[in-house]
Design a protein around this ligand. Structure first.
Ligand code: C2E
Ligand code: MG
Ligand code: MG
Ligand code: MG
Length: 284
């Protein structure tokens, strides 16, 4: 009984609840406005071949710099966007602008790279997603082979529908990957049903891979499964040389993380493509 917690307990309890919902309402409203006003940017994080250091692609990561509240992290606003359905227009904006930018870089003569765009489950399952993707590729002129869609294990919730959608995406020539792989329930038993191209090993296993036998065993298992199913594997969240050494030893071919580069703004990513020195990134 809340009242028995005394006056302070009672008011603290309510103050906290109220604060949470007010912040939430505030962010919802601000998010709505920001989508109308297109107040987002995209950062691009390089993906590399671990043995050669070759640049193979980049992940689009949405950024929201609110005029008064400052930078708001995706882990804070993406869940709100998902709950409210605002992820549909926001996700489409990221997809369109990412494709547009990638095409622009290709037209400028930089070596073509695969752009990965995150899709939340709600976007993935929305009616007409594949037509939407097709239309954006046509409008931006980007060839489908230079686009990859990253989805999380949350799509395993409806495995048959998910497999059918991925089949359609494959027909377009667009690549797919499972993000944060290994964190979900029964990842290993579901994956064989989905015709995806790549598994992204979740950063939580990479974080302590050089200290922790269990994490190392999980990474090994993911690499074995990937080999059996003929899937690519990429390690995310590679931060130091010790982690890299273990990944090389285990035969993980691709990586992404602060060791190579943090996510870069569009103009900075272009400097990086030119081979110019960039803060927070080692030269490609
Ligand atoms: P994610 O797709 O798993 O992206 C990886 C996150 O790890 C990014 O965080 C990235 O900045 C961060 N990261 C990269 N390398 C390292 C590293 O070496 N160490 C550490 N500690 N972190 C690293 P970010 O940009 O804050 O995004 C967080 C999540 O928000 C993403 O996780 C993704 O689930 C979601 N997200 C971001 N952009 C979009 C988007 O456009 N659409 C959707 N639906 N989700 C997005
Ligand atoms: Mg991702
Ligand atoms: Mg991830
Ligand atoms: Mg994630």
């Amino acid at each position: 009984d809340v009242k028995n917690h005394g006056r302070n307990g009672f008011s603290f309890f309510h103050a906290e609840m109220e604060e949470r919902s007010l912040e939430r309402i505030l962010l919802e409203n601000e998010l709505k406005k920001a989508i109308e006003r297109e107040q987002f940017r995209i950062d691009y994080q390089p993906k590399l071949h671990l043995s050669t250091g070759q640049l193979i692609g980049m992940e689009a990561l949405v950024r929201w710099d609110h005029p008064e509240l400052g930078r708001i992290a995706p882990n804070k606003f993406i869940p709100i966007a998902e709950d409210t359905g605002l992820i549909l227009p926001l996700g489409e904006w990221v997809l369109r602008h990412g494709c547009e930018q990638n095409k622009k870089w290709q037209d400028q003569g930089y070596p073509p790279l695969k752009l990965s765009v995150n899709l939340s489950a709600r976007q993935f399952f929305q009616a007409g997603l594949v037509d939407r993707v097709k239309q954006i590729l046509e409008e931006t002129g980007l060839d489908s082979r230079w686009l990859e869609l990253e989805v999380t294990e949350s799509i395993f919730a409806d495995i048959d529908l998910a497999a059918a959608i991925i089949e359609e995406i494959n027909k377009l020539g667009v690549h797919t990957s499972i993000d944060d792989f290994g964190t979900g329930y029964s990842s290993f038993s579901y994956i064989k049903h989905l015709p995806v191209d790549t598994l992204k090993i979740d950063a939580s296993f990479i974080r302590d891979i050089h200290h922790n036998k269990e994490s190392q065993a999980i990474v090994k298992a993911i690499l074995t499964i990937a080999e059996t199913l003929h899937l690519n594997v990429i390690a995310e969240g590679v931060e130091n040389e010790e982690q890299l050494a273990v990944l090389n030893e285990e035969g993980c071919s691709q990586g992404q993380g602060f060791l190579f580069s943090k996510p870069l703004s569009g103009p900075t990513f272009e400097q990086y493509l030119k081979g110019l020195p960039v803060a927070g990134a080692i030269s490609p």
